[in-house]
Design a protein around this ligand. Structure first.
Ligand code: UDX
Length: 453
């Protein structure tokens, strides 16, 4: 396969970096462009600005092979590329609507570079009206189908498993309106679609090589598929969290219920783990995006809104459990928390339920000891009530309660009899049902989980 000249805009962000590295790994010539100069200089020196399993080797190999480079200068990169991936952020505004200002800014820069045909592939999650705005901007200087084509190609990458999800996706979705664009897409993705590229990814390529289904549809359908996928995952999580409340009241173990329903092939076992509610930069943003679309174009979004409502109650409910353990007030109390990121295997604290928990605990006057294997507290989240530790055993010193807020496997392997010796009181609130209640109770802990009898 002849490699294409590809530019990834937003190339130092999570989706853009993984997209650029995987495309270069399968043989394309890639320029990743980003406005974040610090991240670009880190990447140029072979250092990944994001924590992701397998990314360091992928960066080193492709940088060394000269298949990828990094720049903050968008103009020349657009000029020299035939394919432009837009992977810039579309975060939710306060109104809940997606912020498409970065997409519009890049579209305007792109419209100055249409001297040869460009295939523009939108990876960012964008609302229906954003596509029309993009086409209008480009249409002022060129003809769609002749000077450019625009394709919607949503990503389904999970943080912590992004490389695996790119090289061995459950499906590839593209919304496309021209035969020329389809041909180019097939050429770009051929090594992924055929499964032939898996082995080149080293340890992350241990996924079974298999042909990948391609969903070829129109552009609005591709956009709705993306929103609907994330909103459905969010719905499953709120469903199991609501059921967990019932289980606690009637002495049933939610783990047994999730296991029992999950064997039904129509349900499956994934996204049925109760906890602090879904966090991270995508699920809530896309759920809000779908709520907005549903409200604008159809009747009210009763179900989707209830998914959000249920999600918002998870963190306060967990804090109530901790408060009950320590006598009703956090004043003069020390709370140790394991986990700061929005989930395990990532350093990303964006929209993290763990961070929300810590902030609420701080407002109630608790002294908080934080341990997370990789995530760090942003400067503006720091406070003299919050101390971060590099060792979990130091973090629990003189704590009145320990809260498990992300599901790192290493939290399971810790020595809890030693942890008990360090603590002032022996309370554990397990927000991820990560630990074994019976083992901890035998050690003398008071233990509560989420939906555990
Ligand atoms: C998600 C989608 O999975 C991915 O396809 C999309 O491209 C981007 O958004 P990500 O944001 O990395 O990926 O997070 P994910 O692993 O899906 O978890 C989302 C949140 O739900 C996390 O806070 C996680 O802890 C929580 N979660 C997940 C649960 O509470 N219970 C579960 O069973 C699964």
């Amino acid at each position: 396969m002849e490699g294409k000249n590809i530019c990834v805009v937003g190339g130092a962000g999570y989706v853009g970096l993984i997209t650029g590295l995987c495309l270069s790994q399968i043989g394309h010539n890639v320029i990743n462009v980003d406005v974040d100069h610090n991240r670009i200089s880190l990447l140029r020196s072979g250092v990944s600005p994001i924590y992701e399993q397998g990314i360091d080797d992928l960066l080193k190999d492709n940088l060394g092979a000269g298949r990828i480079c990094f720049s903050s200068n968008l103009g020349p990169a657009l000029e020299s590329s035939d394919v432009i991936f837009l992977a810039v952020g579309t975060p939710a505004l306060d109104s809940g609507k997606p912020d498409i200002s970065q997409i519009i800014k890049v579209a305007k820069q792109l419209s100055g570079c249409l001297r040869s045909y460009k295939l523009i592939i939108v990876k960012s999650t964008v609302p229906l009206d954003a596509l029309e705005i993009l086409l209008d901007i480009l249409g002022e200087v060129g003809n769609e189908g002749q000077d450019f084509d625009v394709v919607i190609n949503p990503e389904f990458l999970r943080e912590g498993k992004g490389i695996q999800d790119f090289i061995s996706p459950d499906r590839i979705v593209w919304g496309v309106e021209s035969a020329r664009a389809v041909q180019m897409l097939r050429e770009i993705y051929e090594p992924i679609i055929s499964g032939s590229s898996i082995a080149t990814f080293g340890p992350d390529g241990n996924t079974q090589s298999r042909a990948i289904p391609v969903i070829e549809t129109n552009r609005p359908s591709a956009q709705i598929i993306k929103y609907a996928s994330n909103a459905f995952l969010a719905t499953r999580i709120s469903f199991i969290n609501e059921l967990a409340d019932l289980c606690e009241e009637v002495g049933v173990d939610i783990g047994d219920v999730a296991l029992g329903i999950g064997y039904d092939r129509r349900i499956g076992h994934e996204y049925l783990s109760p906890g602090l509610g879904f966090g991270g930069p995508c699920l809530e943003k896309d759920l809000l995006g779908l709520i907005g679309l549903t409200d604008n174009y159809a009747n009210r979004s009763q179900l989707l809104r209830s998914v959000l409502q249920r999600n918002d109650s998870q963190v306060p409910e967990l804090i109530n459990k901790a408060r009950n353990f320590i006598g009703g007030s956090f004043r003069q109390k020390t709370v140790a928390v394991f986990g700061l990121a929005f989930k395990a295997e990532t350093s990303d604290v964006r929209n993290s339920p763990a961070l929300k928990t810590i902030t609420l605990l701080k407002h109630e006057g608790a002294k908080i000891h934080v341990y997370d294997p990789v995530a760090v507290l942003d400067h503006d989240d720091q406070s003299d009530l919050i101390s971060c530790f590099k060792d979990p055993y130091e973090a629990v010193y003189q704590a009145d309660v320990l809260m498990i807020l992300t599901e790192w496997a290493q939290f399971r392997e810790l020595d809890y009899s030693y942890i008990k010796q360090q603590m002032s009181s022996y309370n554990i609130v397990d927000g991820r049902n990560l630990l074994e209640p019976e083992v901890l109770k035998k050690l003398g802990f008071s233990y509560v989980g989420v939906g555990r009898s």
